[in-house]
Ligand binder design. Structure first.
Ligand SMILES: O=c1ccn([C@@H]2O[C@H](COP(=O)(O)OP(=O)(O)O[C@H]3O[C@H](CO)[C@@H](O)[C@H](O)[C@H]3O)[C@@H](O)[C@H]2O)c(=O)[nH]1
Ligand SMILES: [Mn+2]
Ligand SMILES: [Zn+2]
Ligand SMILES: [Zn+2]
Length: 926
C-alpha cells in the first residue's frame, strides 16, 4: 500500500495540518504544531503525549480519538478502532482493562495481531505508539468531570447477589446481556441513536483507501454529515417546541393540500401474501387431503381380521392425526401482512399548534415474586414504558404486585427517581431500546451510527448513573433476603401492610405524573402507579387474570384511558413507537372500531442460536398468527397486546351492516363468486375531514363510513341503555367505575377529588368486589384456565370483534424466555394444562358461542389451540404399536401393495408434520 493512502489531514477551526503515515516505516513528522486535533468521538481536543506529540490511539489508521474516549472504549466499549476496527492495544500509562494479558509488557504486539490475524500488519506499527506516554495534565483537562467525580463502581452485582462471572449461562433474566458482547450469536447490533430520517446512511466502500477518504478525520463528508445532522436535529427540535405554529386548514389552501391528502389516507394497509408464494402451499394441502381420503378409504375397507384390535387402534390414531392436521392447516389458508403509516398518524392526530389528539393509553405490568422476577428486570420494563415515544400526559403505567413485596415497591420508587434522568436522555437522543440494561449492552459504532459528540459524553455519564442505579437496586435485593422477624417497616416507621402475602389490604401508590415532580429537563413524566390488590384467605385470586382485572378497575377509576396495553414484567418496549403502531389500527376511523386488540409477536432476548427449547415459536408467531390475521385476527398471547377497553367490558363489536350478498364466509376467497367479485368497488368518502374524525359516543348510534374494505357500513350498536342496577350487577358496586364505563373516549369525572378517587380505587381492588358480578365470567380477563390469555381472546372473537397482528420492523417488545430445560418444560406443561382446561370447560370452542360472530376458520384454530395436548395420547399409542407388532408377529395392515405404500408414506409424513409442527413448535410451514 502506498504511504499516501494513509495520509490523513486534520483540519478544524483551529486548522493545523497534521500528516501521519500509516505504514510507519519512517517516522511520521508533524508538519506544524500538533495540538488542535479534534477527537472524532467526543469533539474534545485529542491532546498530546508527554513528548509533545499527538496522542494516537490507533496505529493502523490514526483515527483521532482523545485519551478519555480511548480508555472508555477499551474499558467498556467495542475495544476496537471505530474506523478500521483494529483492536486497540494498550498504551503506556493507560488504565488496565479486563482482557489485557501481560502484566508489564506494554508492547503486546503478538497478542494484538493474533487477535486480528487477517490484518497482518505487524510491522506497520506506528512508532508514536510504542513510546507514547501521555500528557496527563492534558488528558485530565479533557476528562469528563462526571467521570472524575464518580469512580466506576465495582463489577455490578446481579440481583441475586453474585458477581457476573459466577452466573451459569442458563438463567432467566438478564444474564445473557452480561455474558455476550452486545447481541447474541455474534451478530453485531447497530443501535440507531438518532432516528433514521436524520441522515442517509452512506454505504461504506470496500476499498480501504476510499473508506479513509470518506471517513478519515477532517474529511469533508464527515463534516457535512455532522452539519447536516445538526441542522436536522435543530429543525426537529423546533418543530417539537413550536407551539404557535401555523394552523391546519382543512378546506383550505393549495400549499396544504398534499399534507391534507396524506392525513386522509388510511393509517395501515393489508398486504396479502402474493399468490405465487401461497398457492403452492395451498396446492400441497389439497393434494394431501385427497391422498388422505384414498388412504382412509383403503384403511377402513381393509380391516386386519387376525389382529383386529391392533388395526382398530391404529386407524383411530390415524384418524385423530388426520383431524389435527386439518385443524392445523386450514387456519393458515389466507395469511396476510400489514403495513402501518406512522407519519400519517402523526399528520392526522398531532397537528402543529394543537394539543395532540392521540388517544390516552394505560399500560399494565404484572409481577408476582421479586425473587423469581428480579426487580431490575421489572425496573427496565417500567423505564422503557416511561420513556415511550408518546405524549407523556397520555401514558400511565400501572404495576401490579401480586407478591405485595416491599422490595418491588421500593425498587419502583428508585425507578421513578432514575426515570427523571433516563427519560429525558432517551428522548433527547432518540435511542432504542429504552430499557437501559439492553441499551447499554449494545456497542456503539461511532461512524455508522452518526454519533454526535455531546451524545457520547452524555451517554457515558448516563451509563454511570445507570450503574449506580443498579447498585442501589441490588442493595435493595440483598437487603430483602433476610426478612426481619417483625416483618418489614417502611421509611416512616409504619409496618409494611403486605407483610403477610396471603392476607393483606389493597395498596396503591402514585409516583410521578402531574403532581409527582418533573424530570431533569423540567418536563412531566407519565404517571406510574403501584397497585397490590387485597388478598384474604378463602378467596380465589385467579392469578394473573385476577391481577389484570384489578388493574382494569383501578385504571378506570384513576385515568380511564380508552386503550390498555398489558406486558409481563419481563417484556420491555424494544421499539418506543410501538404504541403508535397499535394506534394506526385502533384510531383508524374506518377499520378501528371493530378491533378489540392489536397483538404484537412475542420476541425474546438471550435465546441460544439453535433455540434448543423452541422458545421462539417461529411457526406460531410468524405463520399461524399471520394466517389468523387473514381470518378474524390473531389469538391473544398474554403480553404485548393493546386492548380496546370497551372490548374488555363484554360489549359486542359494532355490527358490520354488509350488503346481503357479501355476508358469506366462503373459503377459499378466490373461487367464491358471492363475496369477492365486486371488491374493487370502493366507496369514496367525500365527507369533510372534521366529520370523519368525529368521535362516536356509545350513547348515540352513529354511522361510520366504510370499513377496511371500504364497502361496508358499520353501526355502533353498543348503545348503553342498560339500567343502572344492571350495570352494577355486571361491573360491581362502584358508582365511579360504572360511570367510567359509560365514557367512550375515556377520561375521569372531573368533579371527583384525587383523594376520593384513590379511596374508590382501593375499593375496587378489594377481595369481595367481584362477588356476584360478571368479572372473570364475561367482563375483563376470563377466569377458569391458567392460560387465561387464550380464553380472553376467544371470548372477544365470539363477540364478533376482530383482532390485528402487528409486526413492526423493529420488534415492538422483547422478553426473556425460560432458557433452562426444567423451566421450559414447566411452561409447556402449564400451557398444555391450560388448554385442556378450556377444552373441558363450558368455553370449549367446539360448542361455545355459535351465532356470535366467531368465524368458522377462527373456531377451527381455537379448537386446535385447546385440543392439541390430547394428541399426546394417540401419539403414545401409535408409537408403541410397532413394538407390539414385533412381539406378536402381526401387523396393522393386511398384505401390502405398492399403491398403498405410496399413500402410506404420504400420510405418515402428514402425521409427522401435524404432530410435531404443533402450534407452538418450530418447523416448516406445513
Ligand atoms: O398470580 C400471578 C401469576 C402470574 N402473574 C404474572 O403473569 C405473567 C406471566 O407469568 P409467567 O410465569 O412468566 O408465565 P409465562 O408462561 O412465561 O407467560 C406466558 O404464558 C402466560 C399464560 O398463558 C401468559 O399469561 C403470559 O403473558 C405469557 O407470556 C408474569 O408477568 C407474572 O408476573 C401475576 O401477575 N400473578
Ligand atoms: Mn414469562
Ligand atoms: Zn474524545
Ligand atoms: Zn484505526
Amino acid at each position: 500500500m502506498e504511504a499516501s493512502a494513509g495520509l490523513v489531514a486534520g483540519s478544524h477551526n483551529r486548522n493545523e495540518l497534521v500528516v501521519i503515515r500509516r505504514d510507519g516505516e519512517s517516522a511520521p513528522k508533524p508538519l506544524q504544531q500538533l495540538s488542535g486535533q479534534i477527537c472524532h468521538i467526543c469533539g474534545d481536543d485529542v491532546g498530546l503525549t508527554v513528548d509533545g506529540e499527538l496522542f494516537v490511539a490507533c496505529n493502523e489508521c490514526a483515527f483521532p480519538i482523545c485519551r478519555t474516549c480511548y480508555e472508555y472504549e477499551r474499558r467498556e466499549g467495542t475495544q476496537v478502532c471505530p474506523q478500521c476496527k483494529t483492536r486497540f492495544k494498550r498504551l503506556k500509562g493507560c488504565a488496565r482493562v479486563e482482557g489485557d494479558e501481560e502484566e508489564d509488557d506494554i508492547d503486546d504486539l503478538e497478542n494484538e495481531f493474533n487477535f486480528d490475524a487477517t490484518k497482518g500488519r505487524k510491522n506497520m506499527q506506528h512508532p508514536l505508539a510504542t513510546d507514547a506516554i501521555l500528557h496527563y495534565g492534558r488528558a485530565f483537562d479533557n476528562a469528563d468531570p462526571h467521570q472524575a467525580l464518580h469512580p466506576l463502581p465495582q463489577l455490578p452485582l446481579l440481583t441475586d447477589g453474585r458477581t457476573v462471572g459466577d452466573i451459569p449461562p442458563e438463567q432467566h433474566a438478564l444474564v445473557p446481556s452480561f455474558m455476550s458482547n452486545g447481541g447474541g450469536g455474534g451478530k453485531r447490533i447497530h443501535p440507531l441513536p438518532f432516528s433514521d430520517h436524520t441522515l442517509p446512511v452512506q454505504p461504506r466502500s470496500m476499498d480501504p483507501s476510499k473508506d479513509l477518504a470518506a471517513y478519515g478525520y477532517g474529511s469533508i463528508a464527515w463534516k457535512e454529515r455532522m452539519e447536516n445532522w445538526k441542522q436536522k436535529q435543530e429543525k426537529l427540535q423546533m418543530m417539537e417546541n413550536e407551539n404557535g405554529g401555523k394552523d391546519w386548514d382543512y378546506d383550505g389552501d393549495a400549499p396544504d393540500l398534499p399534507l391534507m391528502d396524506e392525513a386522509r389516507q388510511p393509517l395501515s394497509r393489508k398486504l396479502p401474501i402474493p399468490s405465487s408464494q401461497i398457492n403452492p402451499y395451498r396446492m400441497i394441502i389439497i393434494i394431501r387431503l385427497v391422498v388422505l381420503g384414498f388412504f382412509f378409504h383403503y384403511r377402513v375397507t381393509h380391516p386386519v381380521n387376525d389382529a383386529f384390535a391392533l388395526w382398530l387402534i391404529s386407524v383411530i390414531c390415524e384418524i385423530w392425526f388426520a383431524l389435527s392436521w386439518i385443524l392445523d392447516q386450514f387456519p393458515k389458508w389466507l395469511p396476510i401482512d400489514r403495513e402501518t403509516y406512522l407519519d400519517r398518524l402523526s399528520l392526522r392526530y398531532e397537528k402543529e399548534g394543537h394539543p395532540s389528539q392521540l388517544s390516552p393509553i394505560d399500560i399494565f405490568v404484572s409481577t408476582v415474586d421479586p425473587l423469581k422476577e428480579p426487580p431490575l428486570v421489572t425496573a427496565n420494563t417500567v423505564l422503557s414504558i416511561l420513556a415511550v415515544d408518546y405524549p407523556v400526559d397520555k401514558v400511565s403505567c400501572y404495576v401490579s404486585d401480586d407478591g405485595a413485596a416491599m422490595l418491588t415497591f421500593e425498587a419502583l420508587s428508585e425507578t421513578s427517581e432514575f426515570a427523571k434522568k433516563w427519560v429525558p436522555f432517551c428522548k433527547k437522543f432518540n435511542i432504542e431500546p429504552r430499557a437501559p440494561e439492553w441499551y447499554f449492552a449494545q456497542k456503539i459504532d461511532y461512524l455508522e451510527d452518526k454519533v454526535h459528540a455531546s451524545f457520547v459524553k452524555e451517554r457515558r455519564a448516563m451509563k454511570r448513573e445507570y450503574e449506580e442505579f443498579k447498585v442501589r437496586i441490588n442493595a435493595l435485593v440483598a437487603k430483602a433476603k433476610k426478612v426481619p422477624e417483625e416483618g418489614w417497616t417502611m421509611q416512616d416507621g409504619t409496618p409494611w401492610p403486605g407483610n403477610n402475602v396471603r392476607d393483606h389490604p389493597g395498596m396503591i401508590q402514585v409516583f410521578l405524573g402531574q403532581s409527582g415532580g418533573l424530570d431533569k429537563e423540567g418536563n412531566e413524566l407519565p404517571r406510574l402507579v403501584y397497585v397490590s390488590r387485597e388478598k384474604r384467605p378463602g378467596f380465589n385470586h385467579h392469578k394473573k387474570a385476577g391481577a389484570m382485572n384489578a388493574l382494569v378497575r383501578v385504571s378506570a377509576v384513576l385515568t380511564n384511558a380508552p386503550y390498555l396495553l398489558n406486558l409481563d414484567c419481563d417484556h420491555y418496549f424494544n421499539n418506543s413507537k410501538a404504541i403508535r403502531e397499535s394506534m394506526c389500527f385502533m384510531m383508524d376511523p374506518l377499520l378501528g372500531k371493530r378491533v378489540c386488540y392489536v397483538q404484537f409477536p412475542q420476541r425474546f432476548d438471550g435465546i441460544d442460536r439453535h433455540d434448543r427449547y423452541a422458545n421462539r415459536n417461529i411457526v406460531f408467531f410468524d405463520i399461524n398468527m399471520k394466517g389468523l390475521d387473514g381470518i378474524q385476527g390473531p389469538i391473544y398471547v398474554g403480553t404485548g397486546c393493546v386492548f380496546r377497553r370497551s372490548a374488555l367490558y363484554a360489549y359486542d363489536a359494532p355490527k358490520a351492516k354488509k350488503p346481503p350478498s357479501r355476508t358469506c364466509n366462503c373459503l377459499p376467497k378466490w373461487n367464491c363468486g358471492c363475496c369477492c367479485s365486486g371488491r374493487t368497488k370502493k366507496k369514496k368518502t367525500n365527507k369533510p375531514k372534521s366529520e370523519m374524525m368525529k368521535k362516536t359516543s356509545r350513547t348515540s348510534t352513529s354511522v361510520l363510513e366504510g370499513t377496511e374494505e371500504g364497502i361496508e357500513v358499520i353501526e355502533d350498536q353498543n348503545v348503553a341503555v342498560m339500567p343502572e342496577h344492571k350495570l352494577e350487577k355486571k361491573f360491581g358496586q362502584s358508582p365511579v367505575f360504572v360511570a367510567s364505563t359509560l365514557l367512550e373516549d375515556g377520561g375521569t369525572l372531573k368533579s371527583a377529588s384525587p383523594a376520593s378517587l384513590l379511596k374508590e380505587a382501593i375499593h375496587v381492588i378489594s377481595c369481595g368486589y367481584e362477588d356476584k358480578t360478571e368479572w372473570g365470567k364475561e367482563v375483563g380477563w376470563i377466569y377458569g384456565s391458567v392460560t387465561e390469555d387464550i380464553l380472553t381472546g376467544f371470548k372477544m372473537h365470539c363477540h364478533g370483534w376482530r383482532s390485528i397482528y402487528c409486526i413492526p420492523d423493529r420488534p415492538a417488545f422483547k422478553g426473556s424466555a425460560p432458557i433452562n430445560l426444567s423451566d421450559r418444560l414447566h411452561q409447556v406443561l402449564r400451557w398444555a394444562l391450560g388448554s385442556v382446561e378450556i377444552f373441558l370447560s363450558r368455553h370449549c370452542p367446539l360448542w361455545y358461542g355459535y351465532g356470535g360472530g366467531l368465524k368458522w376458520l377462527e373456531r377451527l384454530s381455537y379448537i386446535n389451540a385447546t385440543v392439541y395436548p390430547l394428541t399426546s395420547i394417540p401419539l403414545l399409542a401409535y408409537c408403541t404399536l410397532p413394538a407390539v407388532c414385533l412381539l406378536t408377529g402381526k401387523f396393522i395392515t393386511p398384505e401390502v401393495c405398492c399403491c398403498f405404500f405410496f399413500s402410506f408414506f404420504v400420510n405418515r409424513y402428514a402425521v409427522y408434520s401435524s404432530t410435531i409442527d404443533h402450534g407452538k413448535d418450530d418447523l416448516a410451514f406445513i
